[in-house]
Structures are given as C-alpha cells and as structure tokens.
Ligand binder design. Structure first.
Ligand code: ADP
Ligand code: MG
Ligand code: MG
Length: 251
C-alpha cells in the first residue's frame, strides 16, 4: 500500500535535509511502528507523507497503491484516503469541532462519489464514534482543539480518523501527553480500525504504546533513514537497551 524509496526531503525555507535516503514498505492490513530518538525525523516523515508544503522532496519516490503521490496536494492526498493524526494537533479558534468534522467528512464523501450526510445522520454517526472514545458531545461544540487537554486533542484526532475511514493512517506520537486510561481508549480506537484493507503507520518514541497497539513490523528511524527493521521484539529490545547502540551501529 505504501512504498517509500530512497526518499530525501529538506526544509523548504533553508534547505536543511532531514530525510536522507529513507526506504519503507507497508502492506495493506499491516500495522508498522516507527520508533526513533527525538529529532530523528519522525514528524518530518509524517508531514512529507501528508504533503505539507514546508518540506521539499528532492529525491526518491512515495508510492501509494502503486502510484506516486508527490504531485498531489494535501487535500488530494486526504481525499485518496491518507490520514495524518498530528503529534501537536492545531488549535482552530472560531471553528466548532462539529462543524470541522462535518466539512471534513462531507468533503471525503464527495471525493468518493458518495452523497452528503443529512444533519441527523451526521450527528448519529458522530455520537456513536464519540461514545466509543469517551468524548462528550459538549466538547465537540467547542472550537477545534482550543483549550482541549492533551488527551482530549489526541482523542479528537482519533475521532476524525474513525469518521473519515482512511486507508492509510499515520499516527504521530499519539501516545504523548496521554495518561494510562486515555492511552487505552485511544489504542482501542486504533485497534478497532485495524482491517485487511487498511495500513497504519504508528510513530512513537516509547515502547509503551506498542503494548496496546501490537505492531506487525517495527522500524527504527535514525538521522533520516530507517536503520533497523524487525518484529515487535525489536521494540522490546529498544526499551531494554535504548537507541544508542543501534544509532551508533548505523552511523
Ligand atoms: P522527531 O519527530 O523524530 O522528533 P522531527 O521530524 O520533528 O523529529 O525533526 C527532525 C529534525 O529536523 C530536528 O532536528 C528538527 O529540529 C528539524 N526540523 C524539522 N522541521 C523543521 C523546520 N520546519 N525548521 C527547522 N528545523 C526543523
Ligand atoms: Mg520529537
Ligand atoms: Mg515528532
């Protein structure tokens, strides 16, 4: 579903290269964890996948279902089923969360050739999804992410993902800022979306999340490249030994 070949990407503003020859393959149905030390390029990779314009791809290829997405803008990528849950979800004052969800969902439906949902159908769908994530409908009347706690922001990201039913989900440090109860709720939400037609890229610094979202593959990112690939035991090894050995070995 996702094939990244020799990807090089830099910060558009000053030309600093962050992703330096990254290779990664994720199959449909697979949950791939990306682990790595702070500053290794995990968030940058997620932004490049989503098509954020602050980054430029200078070399390599990103194939999604066999086709290059490099010429697609973020909206086209989203419409094609790519979803990014942000490490730091943006606050959007003046846009009620419900309104945001409705526009996002209806845009997605339009892109798939489906009719817009009626308001009652939309509310029913949101109520169901919110319930499973322990999100109060009251919260969804507030402006998007404004004044939300860390845990509420992350649950709101998962709610968006649940409603949009993406094909390729990229979750950037969804565990950061979550207490253990919220972590469980978020992980259950993610696990409920696992399916043979869907691939997930779960980015995390810590092994803890992977006790709840058990990955099929684990990849270690260091200095803009994947330097080790393994199964879930690799995450346990990292937890025990830290990143230092792998990073030094790769260097
Ligand atoms: P991670 O998510 O693994 O912690 P990031 O992708 O956030 O790492 O960052 C990788 C490196 O790139 C860091 O050194 C970071 O400071 C730098 N970086 C990323 N984006 C920018 C930017 N827009 N401007 C300046 N530096 C950036
Ligand atoms: Mg970081
Ligand atoms: Mg990051």
């Amino acid at each position: 579903m996702l094939e990244i070949r020799n990807l090089h990407a830099r910060i558009a503003e000053d030309g600093t290269e962050i992703i330096k020859g990254l290779n990664l393959t994720v199959k449909a149905g697979e949950v791939a964890a990306i682990m790595g030390p702070n500053g290794s390029g995990k968030s940058t990779l997620s932004y490049v996948l989503a098509g954020r314009e602050d980054y430029e791809v200078t070399e390599g290829e990103i194939l999604y279902n066999g086709e290059s997405i490099l010429e697609m803008d973020p909206a086209e990528r989203a419409a094609s089923g790519i979803f990014l849950a942000f490490q730091y979800p943006l606050e959007i004052p003046g846009v009620a969360t419900m309104q945001f969800l409705k526009v996002a969902l209806n845009e997605q439906r339009k892109a798939r050739g489906q009719e817009e949902l009626t308001t009652p159908d939309f509310i029913k769908k949101v109520r169901e999804a919110a319930g499973t994530l322990d999100i109060e409908m009251e919260m969804l009347k507030r402006p998007l992410n404004v004044g939300f706690s860390g845990g509420e922001k992350k649950r709101s990201e998962i709610l968006q993902m649940k409603l949009l039913e993406p094909k390729l989900c990229v979750l950037d440090e969804t565990d950061s800022g979550l207490d253990i109860d919220a972590l469980r709720i978020v992980a259950d939400g993610v696990n409920a979306l696992r399916s043979p037609e869907r691939a997930m890229v779960v980015i995390t610094h810590y092994q803890r999340l992977l006790d709840y979202i058990v990955p099929d593959t684990v990849h270690v990112l260091s200095r803009g490249r994947i330097v080790r690939t393994g199964d879930k035991t690799l995450a346990e090894e990292l937890e025990a030994k830290g990143y230092a050995d792998i990073v030094a070995e790769a260097a």
